[in-house]
Ligand binder design. Sequence first.
Ligand code: GLC
Length: 438
Amino acid sequence: MNDMTRFDREGEARAILARNDRGGYTVPTDRLYPFQWNWDSAFVAMGFALFDPDRAYRELERLAEGQWDDGMIPHIVFHAPSDTYFPGPEVWGTRHRIATSGITQPPVFGMALRHVHEAAVKAGLPGADERTRVLFQAALRSHRWWLRARDPEGLGLVAILHPWESGSDNSPAWDVALARVPATTTTVIRRKDTGHVDASMRPRDEDYQRFIHLVDTYRDCGWDPQRQWASAPFKIADVQMTAILARATADLMHLAETFGTSEERSELADMHQRLTEGLARRWRLELSRFVSLDLISGEDVEAPTQACFMPLVALHLDDAQRGAVTTEIERWRQGMVVGLPTTPAFSPAFEPKRYWRGPVWAVVNWLLADGLRMNGAEDLACQIERGTVQAIERAGFCEYFDPTTGEGLGGDSFSWTAAAYMVLRRRSGAPATGAGAT
Ligand code: GLC
């Protein structure tokens, strides 16, 4: 790949972000996802930080407009109407100042804030500190919400009440738990996704009904966190979510040195300790990975998925763990054109083209490579980053990639793939940056 091609792709990446801009926030892609999505925007903000820190702050500020009074940052903010997506605001029936969904998504926000702040300071952006100070408080309120609403029993693990909260919506990790959820709905389902992308890549209808059953259930609880916790038919203490929250907490601890009070600093340190201890207990040496916990059945979630490695972004593994994890990741990459598959090919659940059941996501690789680097596995981190960059250069800025062929799938002109391209291209050639560096 020569420099000229790379330069062109960088221009294309920026053009995608510009095209998906709807006024200070970026839609993941036109039509298929026509609103602001929570973790997408956090990744996009880190992409913008490379060349326009002011716009990077705007992305986070617009997301924070959707934050509820109790601290939750919703998974979708419906800033402007669109009829190309289901379920829209009328199905969620939430009561925030602006229309939002009623569930959340991985809290990459705190990681992004540190990243944007550092880029803004480096660029000498006027007013950066003031903007960081406000967003730091938003992030802190959201972390408090996580622990209060989603770890009321103090396990040191936060739970998802809906597969869509995980960000890995259709992952085999949810199959056993989701099968217990009734497929009956009071909402009339009008799927729009299968009108934009081939149905063979999307969740099956019966699972979709279960997704909506959960929405109906929580709407009937008036979106009250305690009532939802008590009546949730799906409740999984998720290692991916907990790892991202723990890592974002570490990034907030760093920001708190400048922007926090001493109480806030110790509050964050306690939060961090609780989450990292909770995560550490989920390690399974015999599997060479971490496992989530189904809080309804009390059983470990056995399905191997990318989530099982996500604790690397938050924990410093010991030598035995690091060796086991890197060997296992290598095994998952074997025979693949692009790694890392979100479900390994040896799993019976592997489907290389279906949503979260095998395909490669650039942002997942972004986090995993970050965690590997943080744990001293620089070579493997670089290989994963380079593989991602090459997949994008070959197939374009698709939503995700078939690991067995490298084919680009799902929606195209995808914002977070564009952001990932810009960030990973720089990182893959860069020397090790150490813990907490994003
Ligand atoms: C899908 C993904 C989710 C993402 C959203 C918008 O729902 O599973 O992680 O945030 O699309 O890109």
